[in-house]
Write a protein that binds this ligand. Structure first.
Ligand code: AMP
Ligand code: ZN
Length: 115
């Protein structure tokens, strides 16, 4: 937990968010500025800056983020239609919050290439 990190504070419950999943390792909440009908952020409780910082010892955690995203997509009835999972890394990746998060975007047809 890092006091000045927005997502650490959301995970700790000191900043409000619409939580859709919470366990001892992973928290998921609705994006405050949704880019699709379903836009959920899936984050580890542990403060990891981005996917660029993940180590092999954290393979399990990365897998957990994916499985939580998968299960939320299922709960929201989006599995058949499909969805997009994105993690932005650093400046060129468009990352604005330096705490690893997976975007789950669903409920509309996505375009490619991304902007
Ligand atoms: P990224 O640009 O990939 O770092 O994604 C950060 C995301 O966090 C953006 O989609 C923001 O809309 C979202 N966001 C920022 N502040 C909050 C907040 N307080 N609660 C929920 N989502 C937020
Ligand atoms: Zn953090």
């Amino acid at each position: 937990m890092t006091d000045d990190c927005l997502f650490c504070r959301i995970a700790a419950g000191t900043i409000p968010a619409t939580i859709v999943h919470s366990d001892d390792e992973v928290v998921a909440f609705r994006d405050i500025n949704p880019q699709a009908p379903t836009h959920v952020l899936v984050v580890p409780r542990e403060h990891i800056v981005s996917a660029a910082e993940l180590t092999p010892a954290q393979d399990h955690l990365w897998g957990r983020l994916l499985h939580v995203a998968q299960s939320i997509a299922d709960d929201e009835g989006q599995t058949d239609a499909g969805y997009r999972l994105v993690t932005n890394v650093g400046r060129n990746g468009g990352q604005t919050v330096p705490h690893l998060h997976l975007h789950l975007l669903a409920g509309r047809r996505m375009t490619w290439p991304p902007g």
